[in-house]
Ligand binder design. Structure first.
Ligand SMILES: [Zn+2]
Length: 59
């Protein structure tokens, strides 16, 4: 188990960048502000980091 909080996309730690807490399937995940637009607009890029996530197409 890992106590280290890192962005699930870029792996930067909370020592380097503010992290936003996400919960998914009962697990706590962290994402930095720079990667938040990826979660919103390019969800498919995070699909392998969040298995089972519903990927919504934006157009
Ligand atoms: Zn990030």
């Amino acid at each position: 188990m890992s106590e280290m909080k890192v962005c699930l996309n870029c792996n930067r730690s909370e020592e380097k960048t503010p992290l936003i807490v996400l919960t998914f399937k009962g697990e706590t995940k962290h994402l930095c502000a720079q990667c938040l637009p990826i979660l919103i607009h390019k969800t498919h890029l995070l699909a392998e980091k969040l298995p089972g996530m519903e990927v919504t197409a934006h157009e």
